[in-house]
Design a protein around this ligand. Structure first.
Ligand code: 5AD
Length: 459
């Protein structure tokens, strides 16, 4: 019999992208092959997001369309995982007869068994919490690039999962569960194995990644749990020979201590980019969001990072239209974007999530006002991003080439150390290919990317 083929649709954050990679490894280990497209797949997994209402609704719209996909070939299987799966659980099976199995955010390892059951006609959901660090024990991730051109150069590595912060707007504590950190020796072993296989850039992942180990350290259990302060973990990874770039996402401002700020000036491979979500520039709103810092503290961290690493690029997440947000509060957000000199930001209209504190607050901002604020914020950020890009013209940087440019043509595209998108002309150098690290000079700036010329080429 032909081997079964699977496809995965992923929504949401980088943690979800990485969870899909983990499920992929598990399915391959179970004897399935990745399908070239969903049209060829026997199994489709949807890895869902529930951070905002729109993301959650994507699942229901997808499931509607999948009735037809299933009917085209009898025996096809549909599975759903991720944050909506975790929250809605087996009620999804009740509501959608075209759905075969559901797995929660702690239960990736159950996917092969759920699939086997589904092939035998049993529909099931597995969404229990698993507070044990053994849930990090998964097969080694794939080390070939998905383009099939040589080894992978970039990989995600989970260091912690879950969130105990309970920001009043956020659903994550109820979809990802309690904070749990992985032993440093395991993280280090995974990074070493990846580097051995050709990876040069890792992004450390966690819902509040720089809270790594904090519960263990505070309770005096760090030795037993094998964890340590985040800055120490970074220093250990920085010493791994062959590793060129270290990133981490997403940190919380509350967990920046002196050591972590200093690390940005001291660790050779830690990239000069920090994505540091601020959410609002108004102290009143920050308090009501339960962010546990002030705009002053946020700016102090930014200043500290700049002192440690003058060229550091700071990006952020912002929410507009949080309950009770006045024009003056919003003005504080606009001012903070400027004061922090954010290089870029993702901004969102507040979306009430059932079960969160903020959803009970009342005092809503009208959708029209929220939209108008979002537009103004994005216009301000757009100008600031473009000016930052322009300031880089004439400068040099190092690009890791990811693939073809989104701008089309035969341009190649990659990221520089500051995580900016850099496009370059493949004619410009002899060995320009995916995975190469290329020293370049920036020759032009656009609102969303930099254009560069190769100076020489590297392996
Ligand atoms: N509404 C709008 N945006 C939200 N985010 C998280 N929860 C909500 C919500 N309820 C945004 C935050 C966070 C990013 C991942 O999503 O800015 O940093």
């Amino acid at each position: 019999m032909d081997r079964k083929r699977f496809a995965i649709r992923t929504y949401g954050c980088q943690m979800n992208v990485h969870d899909s990679e983990k499920v992929s490894s598990l399915l391959e280990q179970a004897g399935l092959d990745p399908a070239a497209s969903e049209a060829e797949a026997d199994l489709l997994v949807i890895n869902t997001c529930s951070i905002r209402d729109k993301a959650e609704h994507q699942l229901y719209s997808d499931l509607g369309k999948l009735r037809e996909w299933k009917a085209e070939r009898p025996g096809r299987i549909v599975g759903v995982g991720g944050c909506v799966a975790q929250q809605v659980g087996d009620r999804l099976l009740g509501r959608f007869s075209q759905l075969d199995f559901v797995y929660g955010t702690h239960n990736l390892r159950r996917v092969p068994a759920l699939l086997e059951g589904a092939f035998e006609g049993r529909r099931a959901a597995w969404v229990g919490e698993d507070p044990s660090p053994s849930r990090f024990d998964l097969p080694m991730q794939r080390t070939r690039s998905t383009e099939g051109q040589g080894p992978r150069r970039k990989a995600f590595v989970t260091v912690m999962e879950g969130c105990d912060m309970y920001c009043s707007f956020c659903i994550v504590p109820s979809t990802r569960g309690r904070e749990i950190s992985r032993a440093a020796t395991e993280i280090e072993a995974e990074v070493r194995a990846l580097v051995e296989a050709g990876v040069v850039e890792i992004t450390l992942l966690g819902q509040t990644v720089n809270a790594y180990g904090r519960h263990d350290v505070r309770r005096g259990h760090a030795a037993a749990a094998g964890t340590m302060p985040f800055a120490e973990l970074l220093a250990r990874l920085d010493a791994i020979p062959g590793l060129e770039r270290i990133r981490y996402t997403s940190p919380h401002p509350l967990f920046y201590d002196e050591a972590l700020i200093r690390a940005h000036g001291e660790l050779e491979h830690l990239c000069p980019h920090v994505h540091l979500p601020v959410q609002s520039g108004s102290n009143r709103i920050l308090e009501s969001m339960r962010r546990r810092y002030t705009r002053e503290r946020y700016l102090e961290i930014v200043e500290g990072l700049r002192r440690a690493r003058p060229d550091v690029a700071i990006t952020s997440d912002l929410i507009v239209g949080f309950p009770g947000e006045t024009e003056a509060d919003f003005g504080d957000t606009l001012a903070l974007v400027q004061e922090a000199a954010l290089v870029d930001s993702f901004s969102f209209k507040y979306s009430p999530r059932p079960g969160t504190r903020a959803a009970e607050m009342g005092d809503e901002v009208s959708p029209e006002v929220a939209q108008e604020r979002l537009t103004r914020l994005q216009r301000l950020q757009g100008g600031q991003t473009l000016r930052y890009h322009q300031s880089r013209v004439g400068g040099r940087t190092l690009v890791l080439i990811d693939g073809a440019s989104r701008r089309g043509g035969d341009q190649l595209s990659g990221r520089d150390l500051h995580n900016r998108v850099v496009n370059l002309d493949p004619e410009a150098g002899p060995d320009l290919r995916i995975g190469a690290r290329v020293p370049v000079r920036i020759v032009d700036a656009t609102p969303h990317s930099l254009l560069a010329e190769a100076l020489a080429s590297h392996p």
